[in-house]
Write a protein that binds this ligand. Structure first.
Ligand code: SF4
Length: 208
């Protein structure tokens, strides 16, 4: 399996090269984007983040202090704004109370993941995106695109979140840079070729 996963990575990297994820100006913005991106497209997240930036509140401090009704208005483009405003508030509070990005980076990954998952509004994919892209921890992020790839290439019988994550983490070196790039490349290829209706002809993973 290790060789198969590395073959996939190599073919994707050869085609697309570096993706330079996560697309955000600061690590705090990564966390905010990870919460906002639940059940919506990235284009909608960008609009919400832009509103927060224009208001000078695209930070933990800004989110924590702003009136929640005002916050709902700014993040409206990302959808589910009532819930997401609450989720952002919870997440910002957690970070501010626990040493923010630099403080949390020093903590053990497993314990940190458990703590993140206890925040109302932070599920596995959000927690792992925060761990990998904001806190530089070697955790593989599984999303619908990853699941689709695994299923379409018959790489695992079990395609629940934890099984797919274990598939990557147990077969590859636990390397933050590798996991960062690999996930980003899977997303890129899913948008280019592995769409709802796959376009295998010309896909870099054709025949893999
Ligand atoms: S488009 Fe086809 S070849 Fe490409 S990743 Fe999807 S299933 Fe595989």
């Amino acid at each position: 399996m290790r060789d198969k996963l590395l073959e996939i990575y190599d073919k994707l990297f050869e085609r697309y090269s570096n993706q330079y994820w996560w697309p955000a100006a600061t690590k705090e913005e990564v966390v905010i984007g990870a919460v906002l991106t639940q059940n919506t497209s990235w284009a909608n997240v960008e609009k919400a983040v832009e509103n927060l930036k224009q208001q000078g509140v695209c930070s933990f401090e800004g989110i924590y202090k702003i009136n929640i009704e005002q916050l709902k208005i700014y993040i409206k483009p990302a959808g589910f704004f009532n819930q997401k405003a609450e989720y952002l508030k919870n997440t910002a509070k957690f970070f501010l109370e626990n040493g923010s990005i630099n403080g949390l980076k020093k903590r053990d990954t497993k314990i940190l993941r458990e703590k993140l998952l206890k925040i109302k509004g932070v599920g596995k994919e959000t927690a792992d995106s925060i761990l990998l892209y904001a806190l530089d921890k070697p955790v593989f992020v599984v999303d619908a695109y990853t699941k689709r790839l695994i299923e379409r290439h018959n790489l695992s019988k079990n395609t629940d979140y934890d099984s797919i994550q274990r598939l990557f983490e147990e077969n590859l070196k636990k390397d933050t840079a590798l996991f960062n790039e690999f996930h980003a490349l899977i997303v890129k290829n899913a948008k280019e070729f592995c769409t709802k209706k796959p376009r295998c002809n010309g896909c870099p993973l054709e025949g893999v």
